[in-house]
Structure formats: C-alpha cells, structure tokens
Design a protein around this ligand. Structure first.
Ligand code: PAF
Length: 291
C-alpha cells in the first residue's frame, strides 16, 4: 500500500485486501490525510468505478468495503445466490483504492441478528421499502457499522438508489455521524439507460423498452422549474403504461414524501418499473421555482 505522497487520483501501487476489523483498524490508523469510504456489496461494475473515481478525486486514501449484508435481504430474496466474485472485484480496483475490506459474516456480525440495530423509520417502509420490509433497516445498520469501522472523512453514494441515499443522509444527520456524504450522479449508457448490474438481464427489445425510464426523466427535467408540469409528465407516463410501472413520483428529497404543486426547491423524481421481468430504477433531482 502506498502512503499519501502520491497526488489525489494517482494510481496506488497496490491494493491491500483485509478481512478482519483489527487489520482494517491498523491500515486505517496508518493513513494520513483524508479518507473516503466506498461501501459496496461487491460484484463491482462501471457504476462502482465511478464512485471510486469520485472518492479518489476527493480524498488522499480510499477504502472500499465489499460485503454482502445478510440483514438487508428478506426471506425469499437472493441472498444465497447473490454474486460474490471477490477475485474479479480485486482485479477491477487494484491500484485504484488503498484497501478492500471484505469481512466474513461472522466477522461483521458476531451475533446475528445483532441485539441492537438501526431502523430507517417511515422512509424505509415506502417506495422500495414497501416491497422489501426490513431492507432499509438492514442497510442503515450495516452502513452505520461500516462507517464506524472505516472512520472516513467522506463517503460516496450513487444518486440512482435515491431512496437509499436519502435514508443514509438521515442516518448520518440523526446519529451525528462525523462523515460527509458526497452524492455521485447516475452513470448512463450512451442510450441514456441508467447503468445497473440488472441491465445484463435485458435483451435487445427490453433494452429499447427500458429507455422509457430515461426519457421520462429527461421530460421531467425539461418540465422544471414548474412542479405542476413535472407532475403532469409523470402522470402522462403512468397513463401511457409503456412499461409495467411501479411508481413515477415527485418527492421532497429529504422526507421522501410526495410534493404538491405549491412546492419550491429541489424535487426528487423517482421511477421504478419492470421491463422484460427486470425491475429497474431511475431518478433525478430538479429544481422547482415556478407554479
Ligand atoms: O448499495 C449497496 O450496495 C448496499 O446497500 C450498501 C450501501 C453497500 C449496504 O450494504
């Protein structure tokens, strides 16, 4: 592992894999300068690399965590089948991050389920949380632990998982965690489709159909600054039913509650729908200043 003489964004000489909390603590203590944490469940792809790139721009050291968190999977979800290609993950970020922390479940949770955990409140029970009870409680519990273990100055989260980002912002504010959250813009394919590990499930026809999501986002952004016009765009998209919509909503970015036409300021547009059997998300933030 290199020390912090290298300029930000420069390639690290090598990346160290650590699997225990004690080793992580030792490596963290040796870092001088600022530290960014990139929290992942592994199976890294271009979207994660964009998070790593942003972390490298913002901090002297980067710790990437690679841990499939059992607490955020419900019964019948794909916890056992979730991909765990640690060697490929390491190859992808080798030289880009200082440390990869890939603990076992026993290392992370000596007692499972933990006696004390964090809950995401009402924000964790709506939208994605409505279909996945307990999911966001599992997310905030592991994120609180990983932030405690990595002790970063900042951490980066993608805007595509807009609900997760909003809930983690609440976690950090409500528990006074000493870390700055840096949202990172959605990575898109040239067609406009938001990058996602689930895109591999889409055949050509489904890929074409999935563009309804990014087109709806573009139309909503064009409709800003009028919140009424944004809501009209979303209502029209639901009405056309070109995909099997779950929701297309304009929300207050902090509370995740639906906004009315009188709302001013940031508007979080969130979309979820199923295309060719694959559930896809998209999101954007617009600013409303006009009726
Ligand atoms: O977004 C993810 O990959 C996970 O929900 C996270 C934040 C790493 C927690 O397990």
């Amino acid at each position: 592992m290199t020390q912090d003489q290298s300029p930000r964004g420069a390639r690290r000489a090598s990346t160290r894999l650590v699997t225990t909390k004690a080793e992580l603590k030792e490596n963290r203590a040796a870092m001088t300068g600022t530290v960014a944490a990139v929290l992942t469940m592994g199976a890294l792809h271009a979207g994660h690399l964009a998070l790593v790139e942003r972390a490298r721009e913002l901090a002297d050291h980067v710790i990437l965590t690679d841990f499939v968190n059992p607490l955020q999977f419900g019964p019948g979800e794909d916890y056992e089948a979730y991909p765990r290609p640690l060697d490929a993950d390491l190859a992808l970020v080798d030289g880009l991050v200082d440390v990869v922390f890939a603990p076992s479940v026993e290392e992370m949770y000596p007692v499972l389920p933990p006696t004390v955990s964090v809950t995401a409140g009402r924000a964790g029970t709506i939208l994605e949380g409505a279909a996945r009870p307990g999911h966001f409680d599992g997310v905030v519990t592991v994120v609180a632990k990983l932030l405690q273990l990595t002790a970063p100055d900042l951490t980066v989260f993608g805007r595509k998982d807009a609900q997760q980002l909003a809930i983690i912002q609440r976690l950090v504010a409500d528990l006074d965690l000493p870390v700055r959250i840096e949202p990172v813009d959605i990575q898109r394919e040239p067609s406009g489709l938001a990058r996602s590990s689930r895109n591999v499930y889409l055949d050509d026809a489904a890929r074409e159909q999935a563009l309804v999501l990014s087109r709806t986002i573009s139309a909503a952004l064009r409709a800003a600054p009028s919140v009424g016009a944004i809501r009209d765009v979303l209502a029209a998209a639901l009405e056309r039913a070109e995909i099997d919509w779950d929701y297309a909503l304009a929300l207050d970015p902090a509370s995740l509650e639906e906004i009315g036409p009188e709302h001013r300021g940031e508007v979080l547009v969130v979309l979820a729908g199923t295309v060719g059997g694959t559930r896809l998300l998209d999101a954007a933030v617009a600013v409303a200043t006009a009726p």
